[in-house]
Design a binder for this molecule. Structure first.
Ligand SMILES: Cc1cc2nc3c(=O)[nH]c(=O)nc-3n(C[C@H](O)[C@H](O)[C@H](O)COP(=O)(O)OP(=O)(O)OC[C@H]3O[C@@H](n4cnc5c(N)ncnc54)[C@H](O)[C@@H]3O)c2cc1C
Ligand SMILES: NC(=O)c1ccc[n+]([C@@H]2O[C@H](COP(=O)([O-])OP(=O)(O)OC[C@H]3O[C@@H](n4cnc5c(N)ncnc54)[C@H](OP(=O)(O)O)[C@@H]3O)[C@@H](O)[C@H]2O)c1
Length: 269
């Protein structure tokens, strides 16, 4: 059983409101000069479902810039974790690049998103298709032991331009041996895809092309079919659009009120 820790953190700044709290940055890890993960303290009443995103605010109280970021941490961690790319010329990215341990960051109390497994009809295989930082919500889902019981297979596909952008690669590989996941029902299949460094990974094409011509399923040795596969897609909006079309031709539908679907999408821009 997992106990949700009650962290020591409280709203810290005088400018915290009923909508958001000021948290403190406790850890920063740069994967590349423009790709980082960071952790913050967690307001004790902050609740989310793995796959959700929250809005983060950076700047001074009278000049906060807000952007949505997916939660990477597990729902039971006493901190919040995020992964972010620094976009050239981006207003939030410029502020994020200056972030240091000990700095304040505003976190909206409410969380949102449709990329959660309760939104989907039950299935046997959960496919998580990500580009770039779109892997983040899937890490939170993978860190939830309940998902390892809900599915027979957890299949993570992560497409990045260069090999050093394969964030969380070691953690994903080690997950099946984690104490929380031993004896779990699910098998993990991890498929990294590097698209711009020749021969860095077995597959090196974009995900929609790999799905369209059958190479993705052949590589995973699992079919993607509406009867028992559930598919989540996160990241590049053009990739999401192409995958949505491809999956729709196979009979997949997104969830509607009262009718859980077989696929879900989160577009990052
Ligand atoms: C629901 C949701 C969840 C998000 N979660 C994350 C997350 O977990 N991590 C994260 O890094 N970003 C995430 N984003 C994007 C994030 O909110 C910002 O847009 C991004 O960090 C850049 O902010 P900016 O102000 O610097 O530039 P913006 O003006 O917001 O963006 C400028 C341009 O940068 C590109 N871009 C923006 N975000 C990304 C990205 N993540 N990967 C590749 N290109 C991008 C797009 O071309 C965009 O038009 C999410 C967006 C949405 C809508
Ligand atoms: N990553 C870098 O080296 C780099 C360097 C400087 C600036 N930036 C900026 O940083 C931001 C984020 O870049 P990113 O590399 O994280 O995100 P990205 O451009 O979305 O690329 C991530 C992965 O998604 C793939 N992809 C792109 N478009 C796709 C589509 N329509 N369908 C399917 N797959 C698709 C890419 O393949 P492809 O390789 O085939 O595109 C890559 O494997 C961008 O604004 C970019 O301009 C990135």
């Amino acid at each position: 059983m997992i106990t949700i820790a009650e962290p020591e953190t409280r709203p810290t700044g005088q400018d915290a409101t009923d909508k958001w709290t000021n948290e403190r940055v406790t850890w920063i890890h740069y994967w590349t000069p423009t790709l980082l993960s960071f952790r913050t303290t967690r307001y004790r009443a902050f609740r989310f479902t793995p796959g959700h995103y929250a809005r983060l605010g950076l700047g001074t109280a009278d000049n906060l810039v807000w952007r949505p970021y997916s939660l990477v941490s597990a729902h039971y961690h006493d901190y919040l974790e995020f992964v972010a790319v620094l976009v050239p010329g981006g207003e939030f990215s410029a502020r994020l690049a200056q972030l240091r341990v000990g700095d304040e960051i505003a976190v909206e109390k409410a969380c949102f998103g449709f990329l959660t497994t309760p939104q989907l009809a039950p299935g046997r295989d959960l496919w998580m298709l990500a580009s770039g930082t779109g892997l983040g919500p899937f890490i939170s889902i993978l860190r939830d032991p309940a998902q390892w019981e809900a599915f027979e297979r957890l299949i993570v596909v992560h497409s990045v331009r260069h090999a050093d952008e394969l964030t969380y690669r070691d953690e994903i590989a080690a997950m099946p041996d984690e104490a929380l996941c031993t004896d779990a029902r699910a098998t993990l299949i991890y498929i990294p895809i590097v698209t711009r460094d020749a021969d860095a990974t077995e597959l090196s094409d974009r995900i929609p092309r790999l799905l369209a011509d059958g190479r993705l399923e052949a590589h995973a040795q699992r079919p993607i079919r509406v009867e028992d596969s559930r598919v989540m897609v996160c990241g590049n909006p053009e990739m999401a659009r192409e995958l949505r079309q491809l999956l729709a031709t196979r009979g997949f539908a997104t969830s509607r009120r009262g009718a859980p679907g077989q696929m879900a999408f989160e577009k990052y821009w």
